[in-house]
Design a protein. Structure first.
Lengths: 412, 412
């Protein structure tokens, strides 16, 4: 995808001062004359920024403005290793809300809507982003935060919530709970906006069917504002990414080469307006592609990425074969007897790697036959035979945040 | 305290339309000609609004603007009975931030400060209020949310936090933890802002001593914006309450009569600018008094209330005597051998009410003698003899939110 002239101008403009603005950028681009970068080709010679670079800058080394201009920090969870701290100026906070309000607009949300917010607040970027965007648009934010399903459902009925925002996992949990209670007619939901984790077609369809909602995918990551830098519109399953705030590249995760539109690879983002912590060619590790062609909504100034199929660091290597969880999920989705929930467990037993796949079904199915059919389908499509374990419907854990479905226990 | 002419004007202005703006106010002031209210004396004839009225309006009956103008709701916790839902317009949200930023200014907070926010987010008004005010002022918000003491202390050191915002209970827990680890010299705290629960002198002094901070008290309640409608300044232990946003009365909780400045009673608030849910003569149940005279800070346009000593519904009746927890706390505070933590348990044993008081001390004290001295001090000052139980230092539970110190188990 060609860089737009306005984008190139915003990039070259920030390149004039970037190295002087913080030791982080001075070090990152040491020996490179950023002011000399004038074309897309020259831009593509610049080194990537990776999460590791950001971790090294802990705590506030990323900051590219005088510290008094920072009005907020957010942080990635830091469950593995040092957290990443992202500093925001007042303009960054406002720009994020503007982008998020645009997301709601693309999803057809209006000031008459009531938006129930179930993601978390605090250092995490989700809750407050969903709230600021809703308030800027003029919709009514119902700021629940995570968990407490009983109260979520009570408020969903009593506040007559029309828009639910949640991880796909929690939306699924709520959908199953609402179905179980038989209260679908007391729920006024029209739209669901999910983000922050990959969800396959089967899970989506399960939620859509149970709640009777339009399903929107939101895109974003803590390092680049947070959720809200792109969303699917009413005409497409791809997500428009705001070209006035980020420049989008898709690269081959192995070679780092920029790929042509339509080809699958890793999303790389460059911020165009961010003051607190600009990022140049940030490797998101999210796997997608740029969808070529025009979108029926007409907003072709904002390129579309396809539904995220996973993360480049999700890849499992087993029996010498590279497998992504999404591939297993797609195979499972071809079995209508199975629920949308599953678990993949990798272990090292008797000197060899083993993949166990747990799936759910009900009692009316021949479990032994189903087990064999699932195993041979994986064998046919991926090249090795997993151990398939079938369990009762509802037995696999559901989550109020992101459901962990892959467990690699080989090196524990 | 006399109503200011500007306040009276704001009140009479909203009275012109209030009854037409929602069925809640139409019903509340049924038979009363609000437009005829022109003087303080006439205002004081109006009925109070109580939490029960607000509960009856559940879910959104309070709303005094067209519903599309509401951009947010907050809610009281509703641990007992129906929750109260408070709707906010965009102006209400902005006004709240303006008041909160003013609180920080009165506490001497500047854009160079880093404000660690430990109260909760979501439906509760605390976290997002502390954050919005800090950001509007231009300080750096470090939005932690509640709990996770390990991470709180890590971020306090790494982000070089200068202002801690917390309940007094959680500030005490953090102070004790920092002391225990001997890391006071790694902590850059200069100010502590606490709210939402009563804390006596001994607890305050304990925190001030451990953290070496200036201690500020913030005032507010979910029904009237949230915390941030007043704060203590650098010259006083009273809290200035923003006279451009609320009109303040102190009443006798039994008779409802307005009390002269200086006399202790219950705080009653009338909002002057609130659009989403104006409140007229709202009984807060918080006990305080208006501090007469001038404040050294010079901001005499904003009257001062004294430190909240409790809630009118906190009162315990035992052996025919009315006792407030604060009275017991004051007595305990006269014993330097005791820590600042305590518990009061009321039970009904063998046909009579009993008060047990649990206190903490260390091993170098004669426990039996201390026990007797505490019991006779309560007897001398309040009129009955409690059972005093002494436990090891640190044994009573500390809390990350509000520490519950009174347990009435008589009617369980």
């Amino acid at each position: 995808m060609n860089i737009m002239p306005e984008q190139l101008e915003m990039i070259t403009e920030q390149f004039k001062t970037l190295k002087d603005r913080s030791p982080f950028y001075a070090k990152k681009f040491d020996g490179i004359d950023l002011a000399a970068i004038k074309t897309q080709e020259e831009f593509e010679t610049l080194p990537f920024t990776d999460k590791g670079d950001l971790r090294e800058a802990y705590p506030l080394g990323l900051t590219a403005v005088p510290m008094e201009k920072i009005v907020r920090i957010h942080s990635s969870s830091g469950t593995t290793g040092t957290p990443v701290i992202v500093p925001y100026t007042k303009k960054d906070v406002e720009d994020w809300a503007v982008q998020f309000a645009r997301c709601y607009e693309y999803a057809g949300v209006t000031p008459a809507d009531r938006v129930q917010i179930t993601p978390g607040y605090g250092l995490w970027t989700a809750g407050i982003g969903f709230q600021a965007g809703a308030e800027l648009l003029g919709a009514m934010a119902v700021p629940m935060g995570p968990g407490n399903t009983e109260k979520q459902i009570q408020f969903m009925m009593d506040m007559e919530t029309t828009v639910l925002t949640a991880t796909a996992s929690y939306a699924l949990l709520l959908a199953e709970e609402i179905e179980k209670r038989g209260i679908q007619d007391k729920i006024k939901l029209k739209k669901l906006i999910t983000g922050s984790e990959r969800a396959g077609e089967k899970i989506r369809n399960r939620i859509i069917e149970a709640l009777g909602v339009e399903y929107y995918d939101i895109y974003g990551l803590t390092e680049v504002y947070g959720p809200g830098i792109g969303i699917s519109c009413q005409h497409s399953h791809g997500m428009h990414v705001w070209s006035d705030y980020v420049y989008l590249e898709i690269i081959d995760p192995d070679t780092g080469k920029v790929l042509p539109d339509g080809e699958w690879g890793e999303i790389v983002l460059t911020t165009l307006q961010k003051e607190g912590a600009p990022l140049i060619r940030f490797r998101t590790h999210d796997l997608s592609r740029i969808i070529p062609g025009e979108c029926a909504c007409g907003h072709n100034e904002h390129p579309r990425i396809d539904t995220i199929t996973g993360r480049s660091d999700d890849m499992m290597k087993i029996h010498g074969v590279n497998v992504f969880p999404a591939q297993i999920e797609e195979i499972l989705a071809t079995f209508p007897e199975l629920s949308s929930e599953y678990q993949i467990r990798l272990s090292h037993l008797d000197g060899r790697d083993t993949m166990r796949i747990y799936v759910e079904t009900n009692g009316s199915v021949d479990w032994e036959d189903l087990r064999k059919r699932v195993a041979s389908s994986v064998k046919a499509k991926i090249g090795f035979t997993p151990l398939v374990k079938i369990v009762e419907l509802g037995l696999l854990p559901r989550s109020e945040k992101k459901t962990k479905r892959v467990f690699d226990e080989r090196y524990d």
